[in-house]
Design a protein around this ligand. Sequence first.
Ligand code: 13P
Length: 251
Amino acid sequence: MRRPIIAGNWKMNETIDQSLDLVTKLKSEVAEVNDVDIVVCPPFTSLFAVGKAIRGANIFLGAQDIYWEEKGAYTGEVSPGMLTNVGCQYVIIGHSERRHLFGEANQSVNRKVKAALKFDLTPIMCVGERLEERERGVTEGVVREHITRGLEGLSREEVLKMVIAYEPVWAIGTGKTATPDQAQEVHSFIRGLLRELYDEVIASKVRIQYGGSVKPENIFDLMREKDIDGALVGGASLDAKSFAQIVKYER
Ligand code: 13P
């Protein structure tokens, strides 16, 4: 059985004070949860403070991006070692906003995934098609490209440590969630790809999250699908009660 993993991507929201307020409320809301991995991904500026606030709690810390070099003249970038130093265990890589607003390509996603793994950070590698691509019927082609290029050169041991997030771009921040059937179809395609690229053990063990307008009202039906192992939540993760309800989808 794969352990569910629910992560909150706070994106470019919350000052340090607001982050502390949010995570403190969340901590008490989810204190009794012990059967789900809970991750929060605040902006870089809040990582240290939030990391300190959740020390010893059942919440993991994640960053929203990473750079692959260890140090040097890379103005504006943050290294893997800097992230582990503030207490990160997870890092989101290749989010669609990075891909489409900031021109992130598969090759850099792949380098970032490798760098994260080298530093024992769990990459949450995001993949997903745009509306226009879905309408053209090329969803599987786009996802195949994101996965094969993103995982290029990784050993099976490395892939086993990863989390993949399927986030259809048309469902992000739009209130338009993929139906459980639509999401399941792509999740099962991704699992098939992992089987094709690696083997059955990898295909059955890697956790695949769904992301895109996940809310307390739709999480239960999504999680009922056999290949959906969790969620990467944007907007609804900025409210402690909503995010806690998502984490506690079974209760
Ligand atoms: P929303 O939940 O706001 O649609 O965002 C999803 C997302 O991009 C999470 O990474």
